[in-house]
Design a protein around this ligand. Structure first.
Ligand code: SF4
Length: 183
């Protein structure tokens, strides 16, 4: 089986989920969210193809990573291939986060998506909505997106949000005003 990627594996990311992670940037997305930062990943003919064998070999050689993050593009447009990667990642002791423009509720209706979710620990779901954009929410671009505990959610058939990521962070300026003035 092959998978189309937008770029090579990106190890050592600290912004695509908890801990130190390797991002798998998949190519192809039909959501076309206004304000998307990765519009170069929309084209299903873009990027490059690689084989599962090659990708698994690269993953097996990684050092110091706590998990992988399936991102893109939208990994759910290549759900079967991503399922194989996620399954392999779990086998070698890595946890799995996955980003998607679909909602969890929508994914529940797709067998391929459910097969992938079996191997996903955390799902960040929903499209990027420019009007809901915030810089004060961890691991998401807009307030409508949710950080979901997949195992717990599959058990009850509805999204269970991870408590610590539910709320928007209050970002305070801890530097006293006077210290900002250089005289
Ligand atoms: S789902 Fe993600 S990659 Fe796709 S258009 Fe929306 S923000 Fe961009």
């Amino acid at each position: 089986m092959k998978i189309r990627l937008a770029s090579p594996l990106q190890p050592d990311s600290i912004v695509d989920g908890e801990g130190i992670r390797t991002v798998v940037w998949t190519q192809g997305c039909k959501h076309h969210c206004k304000g998307c930062h990765n519009a170069g990943t929309w084209d299903f003919e873009g990027g490059f193809e690689t084989t599962m064998e090659e990708l698994k070999k690269e993953l097996s050689l990684l050092k110091g990573q706590q998990g992988i993050t399936l991102s893109g593009g939208d990994p759910l447009f290549q759900a079967k291939a991503c399922m194989e990667i996620a399954k392999y990642a779990k086998e070698i002791g890595l946890n799995v986060w996955c980003y998607t423009g679909f909602t969890f509720e929508k994914l529940l209706k797709s067998k391929e998506a459910l097969d992938l979710l079996e191997y996903v620990d955390v799902l960040v779901d929903g499209p990027f909505i420019l009007k809901e954009r915030s810089l004060n929410i961890d691991f998401r671009g807009s307030r409508n997106q949710r950080v979901i505990d997949v195992k717990a959610s599959l058990k009850i058939g509805q999204p269970v949000l991870i408590e610590k990521y539910k709320e928007e962070r209050i970002v305070e300026n801890t530097i006293p005003r006077a210290q900002n003035v250089f005289i």
